[in-house]
Design a protein around this ligand. Structure first.
Ligand code: HEC
Ligand code: HEC
Length: 302
């Protein structure tokens, strides 16, 4: 924070506290001219509207001491903890520091409990009930918002329980997808193909996926496909795991397989992003959640 705000906060905080103390001392000392009313109660001597008298009810003592107590508390607090501008406090506490400390403690505990387990190769972790239990937990907290609580995905988010892997289904490939993240870029072809070209290509894709379609349309689409799409999705349409270009022959889609979905994908392109978990989960947790994800497709539909 700049020097201006640093001093601004200090002056406002301490000035306000001092002003409050002064106010209490000053009003406490002020002599109240007292009188009594007809019932014999003490009044301040002020009279309104002819007969309204203000009773003299000073703040109780304990309340006053409580007030001074809070002032002393806040002054001690401001010496120990950050609160006055850039001043860090003699304890050197910071929310970030506390967070770091808690994270470190959690990691140490995690290492202690799972260290031995994490020595195992992924192939064995997939069979290990403790690893899978932990992996399921990690999944629920970090992945279910996008891939769904049952891991079956949603439009734009791949299903993780089937055997279709965009980026490859070997344990190491799945681990990389999770640990380093993946960024897919399908460029838009609306301008290059025009509306008719987009539709014909989409029809060809439906044929590729085994649907029966208009043959002339599909044939025209095939030519577009060979020119524009084969480089990434492969001449036979089976995709490319290095580019994250999906297999277009299976009928399983991330973004939907209706004619409209396909046209939208071709016309506007797509950019799927799987966020890297490296910083969030670290290697150990990424491994456990990988084992859990692998177990889902291996156990098939239970
Ligand atoms: C530069 C490489 C590249 C080219 C060229 C390319 N694609 Fe793609 N395509 C991708 C990638 C990568 C994805 C995955 C996008 C994502 O996951 O967000 C993709 C996704 C798709 C999808 C969505 C699949 C699904 O599962 O929902 C369709 C359909 C598709 N492409 C069709 C085509 C067609 C048709 C062409 C030619 C007109 C084409 N692509 C050209 C790389 C390419
Ligand atoms: C912000 C949303 C989001 C979160 C959170 C997320 N993912 Fe993903 N994930 C995606 C998207 C989108 C893709 C597809 C990328 C693409 O288009 O190729 C993906 C792809 C993947 C893939 C590759 C799938 C394949 O077919 O190759 C795996 C594995 C995966 N995610 C696992 C996980 C796990 C495990 C977690 C939790 C630790 C997680 N994801 C959290 C959005 C997310």
């Amino acid at each position: 924070m700049s020097a201006f705000w640093h001093w601004f906060i200090i002056i406002i905080t301490l000035g306000f506290t001092a002003a409050m103390v002064w106010l209490f001392i000053a009003t406490g000392r002020a002599r109240v001219p007292t009188g009594t009313n007809e019932e014999g109660e003490e009044t301040t001597g002020h009279v309104w509207d002819g007969d309204l008298r203000e009773l003299n009810n000073p703040m109780p003592r304990w309340w006053l001491w409580l007030f001074y107590g809070t002032v002393i508390f806040s002054l001690i607090y401001l010496v120990l903890y950050p609160g006055l501008g850039n001043y860090q406090g003699v304890l050197g506490w910071s929310s970030e520091g506390q967070y770091q400390e808690e994270m470190e403690r959690a990691s140490a505990e995690f290492e202690e409990r799972f260290g031995e387990l994490l020595e195992l190769p992924l192939e064995e972790l997939v069979e290990h009930p403790d690893a899978l239990r932990m992996g399921r937990n990690i999944y629920a907290h970090n992945c279910s918002t996008c891939h769904g609580s049952d891991a079956r995905g949603a439009p734009g988010y791949p299903n993780l329980t089937d055997d279709h892997w965009i980026w490859g289904g070997e344990p190491e490939q799945v681990f990389t997808s999770i640990y380093d993240g993946r960024q897919a870029i399908m460029p838009p072809f609306g301008d290059a193909l025009g509306d008719q070209g987009v539709t014909r290509t989409a029809v060809y894709l439906q044929q590729l996926a085994g649907q029966s379609v208009d043959r002339t349309m599909a044939e025209a689409g095939r030519r577009h496909y060979e020119q524009q799409c084969a480089a990434c999705h492969g001449p036979d349409g089976t995709g490319n795991v290095f580019l994250g270009a999906p297999d277009l022959t299976t009928g399983v889609y991330i973004y939907g397989g209706s004619l409209d979905d396909l046209r939208h994908t071709i016309r506007h392109g797509r950019e799927g992003l799987m966020p890297a978990q490296r910083d969030l989960l670290g290697e150990g947790r990424s491994k456990l959640v990988t084992a859990y994800v692998l177990s889902l497709s291996r156990n098939g539909d239970e």
